[in-house]
Design a binder for this molecule. Structure first.
Ligand code: EPU
Length: 340
């Protein structure tokens, strides 16, 4: 992903790669909402028809039927249980910086770990324990203040810890799992477990161990170093990022880098910078970024992605796989890109 300053979010979708329900269209089982509400603590928040454009960095996308902000693990376990029993799809949102929700919206429940409980970041010796809802930038800054090096690259990723774990987000030649020691997660039975990073099946821009689980937090490991040295490295990363990536609303890199190639360079060489569909445009700064203007729609972004992808296929015979997660009603047509 790109960087904190651009805006919000990265995601941690327990469902992006497969929901835990089969409901389609208007998935609103009778009494579902009252049942959902009755098991939540007083501090949890429940929203109806929440526009996802407000909760994603691309600022496009239709409404989620419901959005829940759990205030404790028991709230989350309740949501998981009710969705499973009522066969309603569930999506766990991080900061929405790597997520495209279709214009029709998401038929089901979106969980946002926005309550302060999930944002805690604590230093314990040369380790940092963080909740899944914390911003990566916050983790990087706490590490710097504690004189712990190695986490500087996180400063430039605009996501949450949960989303970064699920995506194994990276920047500046490092990725999240390079510095993670332990992951705390919830299973789809509502059980909470902790496992060593080694056991999580992390790979380039993915983590198999979190496909069907919800990240709750992580323990990061740093190396003691001088604060000034850490600060200087963060400054250099930030400078490099601002020089090469756009500040306009985006979702970071749109496509994964194919083996041995940089998708951005490929798209640049093929003259795609400035290509446009409605309010979505290929960034002039970095060809693997699509930026949006006010009034853009998710369909604009999807149409542009489709054009780019087929152009690269025809011209170079390379299949670009989306790095961003595509969810919502009608997403199947686009998600199938992944496997073909
Ligand atoms: N390039 C071009 N034209 C462009 C863009 C890039 O020629 O329009 C060239 C660059 O000059 C460079 C090469 O392509 O030689 C690679 O570009 P860059 O250094 O920007 O890195 P990247 O591979 O495009 C990756 C991550 C980014 C991360 C940067 C910086 C992926 C898909 N992307 O980009 O992550 O911020 O490195 O560390 O792995 C993201 O995951 O969303 C993301 C933006």
């Amino acid at each position: 992903m790109a960087e904190c300053e651009y805006g919000t979010e990265l995601m941690n979708p327990a469902e992006a790669s497969g929901s835990i329900g089969t409901a389609t269209e208007k998935a609103r089982p009778p009494m579902f909402e009252s049942r959902l509400r009755e098991g939540l603590s007083g501090e949890a928040r429940l929203f109806r028809d929440e526009p996802m454009a407000r909760r994603t960095t691309w600022r496009v996308g239709g409404p989620a039927d419901w959005l829940v902000e759990p205030a404790q693990e028991a709230d989350l376990a309740w949501v998981v249980r009710v969705c499973r029993e009522e066969r309603v799809p569930l999506l766990v949102l991080g900061r929405g910086s790597n997520l495209l929700v279709t214009d029709a919206g998401f038929r089901g429940v979106v969980v946002a770990l926005a309550h302060p409980l999930w944002q805690r970041v604590e230093v314990v010796g040369d380790r940092i324990r963080s909740g899944a809802g914390a911003r990566l930038k916050a983790v990087a800054c706490v590490a710097r203040d504690a004189g712990l090096s190695g986490l500087e690259f996180l400063e430039g990723i605009p996501g949450s810890v949960g989303g970064a774990l699920r995506m194994n987000a990276g920047a500046m030649g490092s990725c999240t799992f390079d510095v993670v020691e332990l992951v705390r997660f919830m299973t789809m039975d509502g059980q909470v477990e902790e496992r060593s990073a080694r056991e999580m099946g992390a790979r380039y821009r993915g983590c198999d161990g979190l496909r069907e689980r919800i990240a709750l937090g992580a323990v990061f490991r740093g190396r003691p170093a001088a604060r000034e040295e850490i600060q200087e490295r963060m400054r250099q990363y930030s400078e490099r990022r601002w020089a090469t990536q756009p500040a306009a609303p985006s979702a970071g890199c749109v496509f994964k880098n194919p083996e041995g190639l940089a998708a951005g360079r490929l798209l640049d060489e093929l003259g795609c910078k400035g290509w446009r569909e409605g309010g979505a445009r290929v960034s002039e700064e970095h060809a693997n970024f699509i930026v949006t203007e006010p009034g853009a729609t998710a369909s604009d972004v999807l149409r542009l992605m489709a054009r780019l992808r087929s152009h690269v296929q025809v011209e170079r015979g390379v299949n670009l796989e989306p790095e961003v997660q595509i969810v919502g009603e009608g997403a199947e047509a686009w998600v199938c890109w992944k496997g073909d």
